[in-house]
Ligand binder design. Structure first.
Ligand code: 5AD
Length: 430
C-alpha cells in the first residue's frame, strides 16, 4: 500500500450539486491549487490525501498533521551559499552519469549547506519521478536459524544466547494471508537466516500456496542457496529477492564472512537478475576498514548489478558477535548514500531501513523520506518471534498505525498497477 501527502480543503465548487466529481481548491506546502475529488460531503476545512490532482480519501486533521510532519522536508536551502563545484555535481546528475570522484565528493561532505542541498535535490528527483507516493511493504522473518557465521550478525551460527525459532509453512502462509487480506499489503519479503532445513520443495510450496490465496508480490530473502534453488522459487511465483552484497570491497567482504566469498555473492545476484528477479540489494555502512571511496564503489555496484530496490543501512554492534566493540555506522552517511543513490537511480525503490530507524528512531524515518527514500518496510513477523530475530539489538518499531489506517491502494486492482510498474522497471533497465 501507499501513503501520499495530505492537504487542507479551502473550498468546494458547487458543494450541494449531485455531481459526484467535484472541483476543490486545496492548500499544501506548494501553495493553492484546483484539483478533483470523488468524495461525498466534502467541505472547506476538511483534510484529504491527494495524488495526481485527485483527492482520494478524507483524513482527520491530527493524522494529516502527523503525516505531514513525517513527509514534508523541513529545511530551506540558500543555493547562493553553495560551493560551485558541489552545485555543478548536483546539476550534472540530470544529464550524465556521475564520476567516481564526484560521488566521493558528495559523500565526503560534512558541510550543513551542502548536505541539505544534496538531500533537497534527491527529494526533488524522487518527487519528479515517483510523485508523492510513499510505499509500505512488509517483512515476515520466518526463521532465525543460520548456518553462516558473519562477524556482524547477531544470528550467526555461533551466537549462543539466541532463542532459535522456525515458523511452519502453515504459519508463514497464514501470516502473509493476514497481512494481505486484512491489512492491505501488496509486497511482502520472506526473510530467514541461511536455513537449509527448509528444502527447495518446501519454499516453493509456501510460495505457491500464498500465490494461490492472495494477490501479493513475494520477495525471498533466504541467503545463498544456489541458483537452482532460486529458479525453483521463481517458477513457484516469487517476484523478487532481497539479497545484499554487503560491501563491494572484496578484502573487507572476505574478512568478515568466514567460509564465504565475494565472488559467490555477486554470482548469485547476477544469476538472479538473469532469471528475471526484481533485485533488492545493498550494503552496510560502517564496516571495519571501509572508506568513503569504498562506499562510492558500493553505490556504483548497485548500478552495475541493475538493482531495482536499494537497501542500505548502518552497521549496529550486537553483543556476542566478533564486531561487538566496533563502532556503529553513521546515520549521516546512510542519509547521504540514500540521497546519492536517488540521484543515480531516479526511479528505484529506496526504503528507509530499520537499522537507520533503530539508531535515529522516528527522526531517521522522517529524514530518510525527505532525502530520497520513497518507502518503508514494516515488520509483520508474529509478535512472539520478533524479539528473537535479533540481527542487532533494540530494533525499531515505529508509528505504523497511521500508515496502515490511511494506506491507499489496498484493493486487488492496485496489484495490477504494481505489476505494471515492475514491468516498466525491467523495461527501463533491460
Ligand atoms: N547491523 C546492521 N545490519 C545488519 N545485518 C546483519 N547484521 C547486522 C548488524 N549488526 C544486515 C545484513 C543482512 C541483513 C539481513 O541484515 O546486511 O544482509
Amino acid at each position: 500500500m501507499c501513503l501520499t501527502i495530505p492537504a487542507k480543503v479551502l473550498s468546494v465548487e458547487d458543494p450541494h450539486s449531485d455531481v459526484p466529481l467535484k472541483r476543490i481548491t486545496i492548500r499544501d506546502s506548494k501553495g493553492e491549487r484546483l484539483i478533483t475529488a470523488l468524495l461525498p460531503d466534502l467541505k472547506a476545512g476538511d483534510w484529504v490525501l491527494y495524488a495526481s490532482d485527485m483527492a482520494v480519501t478524507k483524513i482527520g486533521e491530527d493524522d494529516a498533521r502527523e503525516i505531514l510532519d513525517l513527509l514534508e522536508p523541513k529545511s530551506q536551502i540558500d543555493l547562493s551559499q553553495l560551493d560551485s563545484a558541489f552545485l555543478g555535481i548536483l546539476r550534472a546528475c540530470h544529464t550524465r552519469e556521475l564520476k567516481r570522484e564526484e560521488i566521493i565528493r558528495l559523500l565526503g561532505t560534512e558541510d550543513k549547506t551542502e548536505t541539505d542541498a544534496l538531500f533537497s535535490e534527491a527529494n526533488t528527483i524522487r518527487q519528479a519521478n515517483l510523485k508523492d507516493f510513499f510505499c509500505i511493504h512488509g517483512i515476515v522473518e520466518f526463521s532465525n536459524q543460520c548456518i553462516r557465521n558473519c562477524f556482524y550478525c547477531g544470528l550467526r551460527r555461533e551466537s549462543k544466547d539466541v532463542c532459535r525459532y522456525r515458523m511452519t509453512p502453515d504459519e508463514i502462509v497464514s501470516s502473509v494471508d493476514d497481512a494481505v487480506t486484512r491489512r492491505g499489503y501488496k509486497l511482502i519479503v520472506l526473510q530467514s537466516g541461511d536455513d537449509f532445513s527448509y528444502t527447495d520443495d518446501m519454499l516453493a510450496g509456501i510460495i505457491r500456496r500464498i500465490k494461490e490465496r492472495c494477490k501479493v508480490f513475494i520477495f525471498m530473502s533466504v541467503g545463498e542457496r544456489g541458483l537452482e534453488s532460486y529458479k525453483r522459487m521463481k517458477d513457484a511465483g516469487a517476484s523478487g529477492v532481497l539479497f545484499r552484497f554487503e560491501t563491494s570491497n572484496k578484502a573487507i567482504y572476505d574478512s568478515i564472512h568466514p567460509g564465504q566469498s565475494y565472488e559467490d555473492r555477486i554470482a548469485h545476484l547476477r544469476g538472479m537478475k538473469e532469471m528475471g528477479y526484481y533485485i533488492a540489494t545493498g550494503f552496510l555502512i560502517g564496516l571495519p576498514g571501509q572508506t568513503v571511496a569504498d562506499i562510492a564503489d558500493d553505490i556504483r555496484t548497485l548500478k552495475t548489478i541493475g538493482a531495482n530496490m536499494v537497501t542500505v543501512g548502518p552497521f549496529i554492534p550486537c553483543n556476542g558477535t566478533p564486531m561487538y566493540s566496533h563502532p556503529a555506522g553513521s546515520a549521516a552517511m546512510t542519509l547521504k548514500v540514500t540521497a546519492v543513490a536517488r540521484l543515480l537511480m531516479p526511479r528505484a525503490k529506496i526504503p528507509v531501513t530499520t537499522a537507520l530507524e533503530t539508531i535515529e528512531s522516528e527522526e531517521g524515518r522522517r529524514l530518510g523520506l525527505s532525502s530520497g527514500a520513497n518507502s518503508l518496510m514494516f515488520n509483520l513477523t508474529p509478535e512472539r518471534h520478533r524479539v528473537d530475530y535479533r540481527i542487532y539489538p533494540n530494533k525499531y518499531h515505529g508509528k505504523e498505525e497511521v500508515w496502515e489506517k490511511y494506506g491507499l491502494f489496498k484493493e486487488g486492482l492496485s496489484y495490477k498497477m504494481l505489476e505494471k510498474k515492475m514491468f516498466e522497471a525491467f523495461e527501463a533497465q533491460g
